[in-house]
Design a protein around this ligand. Sequence first.
Ligand code: SF4
Length: 437
Amino acid sequence: MQKKFYIKTFGCQMNEYDSNKICDLMNTISFKKADHIDDADCFIFNTCHIREKATQKVYSDIGKIKKIYSNKKKPIFVLAGCVAQAESSMVFEKSDYVDIVVGPQAYHKLPGLISNFLKTNEKLIETDLNVDEKFDTLKNLKNTESKVSSFITIQEGCDKFCKFCVVPYTRGPEYSRNHKKIIEEVEMLADQGTREIILLGQNVSAYNDNGLSLAKLIKKISKIKNILRIRFTTSHPNDFDEELINLFGEEQKLMPQLHLPVQSGSDKILKLMNRNHTRLDYLKLIEKFRKVKSDIQFSSDFIVGYPGETEIDHLDTINLVREVGFTLSYSFVYSQRPGTPSTELDKISSEISKQRLEQLQGILFKQQIEFNHSMVNKENIVLFENRTKDSRQFFGRNEYMTPVFIENTLINTGEIKKIFIENANRNNLFGKLTEHI
Ligand code: SF4
């Protein structure tokens, strides 16, 4: 009987991209995706180590799988991703249910690891940081997913060493993929129905393939027939050159929405975090973007309650949020990650952090709602991605990434349509085809 695997992805978009590739790899050893959680011969958890809670969730979910299979044959259990890289052999101490530990730069070895485990039944660890080898293996894989909007990893790792962040340790130093191989992958995706490309990297704005910058790569991708939209994420504010900034005003396919993490609005905290830019540097950068593209919108990440944060620092963050007018943001209470320098600093009271988070999120959510409401009675350009469970309803995204729902049976996936927005809430817009008004 054909063996089945079940994959669960935790964390960021890059993990989603990696999980898709892991699925393609599993197909090469004749494992097919299981439809149900209780019907798998192999489990793969592709994990995230960015916050303590995310790591705890991984172990608690392993416990749940153990329970489900308590009266059945034990599946092979693979722990992949950043928890695997960071905790390595400690994983086996924390959970004896795990059989294989594989890091984010070594998952291309998974087929070999699984067949070795099947032969020997011995626990295995693979946490090499050989990114070249990984992408050389992945490029030969047949892509089994066809999506209107597809992620593609173009850069991995980071040299910035922000004091709270595990990425430089779990994903290794900055690495940029060969641009020709990226173009080939995008062309293949376009042939399979992709219309929007989201370029991924832990510090994607630092992309540099022997002098070929992110701006130049985007220009090349924009020439690919059938690629209608391009986005990239996540960036560091210090890695934007004039060419990349100006591209927002020049390249129609580059969408007017940018995720630009700032983490804090306080110069003191930015320094403690080793972000290497000031609040003013950030605001000046925002200004530059607005000069070349007046309707550009920004989203960001915030860490609340970083060690040393006072009420004044928190107010600096709130003021920055108001000044920029972010339309979407991700905010979390500071979480100590083992091995990062910030663990040596004294934590501030979790009660105070929670209160500050609530206050900040209240403002961020209000701005998000206001922005979405500003779309009502206006026309939005929407790329349609799929039908929802209700077969009459279609889902797409406008240029600012906001989900748009319409009731229509005549649209095809991958089409761009003008939609008249009739209603909005914090997360979504609702409208109808302009030509039907
Ligand atoms: S720039 Fe981003 S990925 Fe790099 S260390 Fe800082 S937070 Fe982490």
